[in-house]
Write a protein that binds this ligand. Structure first.
Ligand code: GLU
Length: 466
């Protein structure tokens, strides 16, 4: 058998959809598992809707999630003349014909089908008509001569055998009257040219597959294997569309979901291997197979994405986590200043235990990133005269301690609790507000130690606490 080759064929008409990312991931893992190639084809033939900016964004998104492709991108719009040649060949071989129906005629037929509540199928008017009868003022489209009788069978690697009546597939257009080939024709020619052996794509392409199979047969080309993956649904059970919230990859990267976590989540969305949940990259490649893909649609669940991300944050080495955080802050928040990097890195040891996203880490980290504190007005009101007293006492107590760690701070705090006849919150809360601007955030010892003595003294010295 020839070397396995899969492909991902997005149309650059918008940012990469989460369903598309999963399709790309499955194709990529399948190819890597088989030691084959994974190819990227940009289907940019819809001139009006395709944009270079989306193409770049798609490439960038694949890179972000760790999917790399073999060979250069295959740009469909540069291959049109080859597609048109195949149309001519099909015409010559008698597998296609010119259809001179006017737009009005087709529209009329569609209207009638709608009235009768039956699916519209072109009536094959020109299939056997003599071209001498062709009207002079109409430029024809070219239609594929589909099978009329019998049934066709697709041996789908996910869905099993799928059979349809041939007469449900109309004589579909393969060349428009402006001379441009249609999707079904171009895709088939390209997949053949690229030596694609396995076509793994969404369920919604199944009918197209039956059309494309007929082109392979007419051209005497080897038929690739097909696998149709059930679509992703929303939590409410609707088909996920581009208009849905949280449907693009960017929706996740911008809230600080990490690529490893999203990749693991998408792998498990509609695919399983024993009862394993966590797959590192190597394991994903090793275990991926088409048998593990389920037959029913899977539901996108943000809570599961968040808990997967939380798991990855907790279990990641701080250095690696810092790199991801740095990139996230640079892209979506504010740059971490070089002089703050060490402090931030050290703080990740405790920050990573309280975060579901990189955004959570950033929010809990704000007190460290800038020397200027943004006070929450409501919280500031909680600093009454007792709190001010506690702040002053704490300040004088730490002035003379030589070590500035949790062990040396604990007795001081306990003493303050006792002398002020209060509890841990009574001391911790004013200190936290004074040091970070908010009553929420990391544990008080973590805040104090991470800031360091000088900075703590400086912050507590603010005249609003005197
Ligand atoms: N450009 C098509 C799409 O985005 C690709 C379909 C296919 O994989 O053949 O749906």
């Amino acid at each position: 058998m020839s070397k396995v080759a899969t492909r991902f064929a997005p149309s650059p008409t918008g940012p990469l959809h989460i369903g598309g990312v999963r399709t790309a991931l499955f194709n990529w893992l399948f190819a890597k598992n088989k030691g084959g190639d994974f190819l990227l084809r940009i289907e940019d033939t819809d001139k009006e809707r395709s944009k270079k900016e989306y193409q770049n964004q798609i490439i960038q998104s694949l890179k972000w999630i760790g999917i790399d492709y073999d060979s250069d991108e295959y740009i469909q719009s540069t291959k049109i003349s080859g597609h048109v040649k195949i149309v001519a060949e099909l015409l010559k071989k008698g597998n296609a014909y010119k259809c001179y129906c006017s737009n009005e005629e087709i529209e009329e037929q569609k209207k009638r089908a709608k009235q009768k509540k039956i699916p519209y199928i072109y009536d094959r008017k020109w299939r056997d008509k003599n071209e001498n009868e062709a009207p002079k003022n109409i430029k024809p489209v070219i239609r594929f001569k589909s099978k009329i009788d019998g049934k066709s069978k697709l041996k789908d690697l996910v869905q099993g055998d799928v059979e349809i009546d041939n007469n449900t597939i109309e004589d579909f257009v393969i060349l428009r009257n402006d001379g441009t080939p249609t999707y079904n024709l171009s895709v088939t020619v390209d997949d053949h040219e690229m030596n694609v052996t396995h076509i793994i794509r969404g369920d919604d392409h199944k009918i197209n597959t039956f059309k494309q199979m007929q082109i392979y047969e007419a051209m005497n080309w080897d038929l690739p294997k097909f696998a149709h993956i059930p679509l992703i649904h929303t939590k409410e059970g609707k088909k996920l569309s581009k208009r849905d919230k949280d449907s693009t990859l960017d929706d996740y990267s911008k809230i600080g979901i990490m690529p490893e976590a999203l990749r693991n989540y998408l792998l498990r969305l509609g695919w399983s291997f024993q009862d394993k949940e966590i797959f590192n990259l190597e394991e994903s490649i090793k275990h991926f197979n088409l048998e593990g893909i389920g037959k029913s649609p899977s539901k996108l669940d943000l809570n599961r994405i968040l808990s997967m991300n939380e798991y990855y944050i907790k279990n990641m080495k701080e250095d690696n986590l810092f790199d991801q955080l740095k990139e996230f802050c640079e892209n979506y928040k504010e740059k971490i200043l070089p002089e703050k990097e060490d402090q931030v890195k050290k703080s990740l040891i405790f920050l990573k235990n309280k975060a579901k996203t990189l955004e959570d880490i950033f929010n809990n980290l704000k007190y460290l990133l800038s020397d200027e504190i943004n006070f929450n007005d409501e919280d500031l009101k909680l600093i009454d005269s007792t709190s001010k007293g506690i702040i002053a006492e704490f300040k004088s107590k730490i002035k003379d301690i030589s070590k500035f760690d949790r062990e040396s701070l604990e007795p001081l705090i306990n003493e303050l609790i006792k002398t002020n006849n209060t509890n841990f919150k009574g001391v911790g809360q004013p200190l936290r507000i004074a040091l970070t601007g908010s009553k929420y955030g990391p544990g008080i010892y973590d805040i104090i130690v991470s800031l360091g003595k000088d900075e703590v003294l400086k912050r507590l010295g603010n005249k609003i606490f005197i």
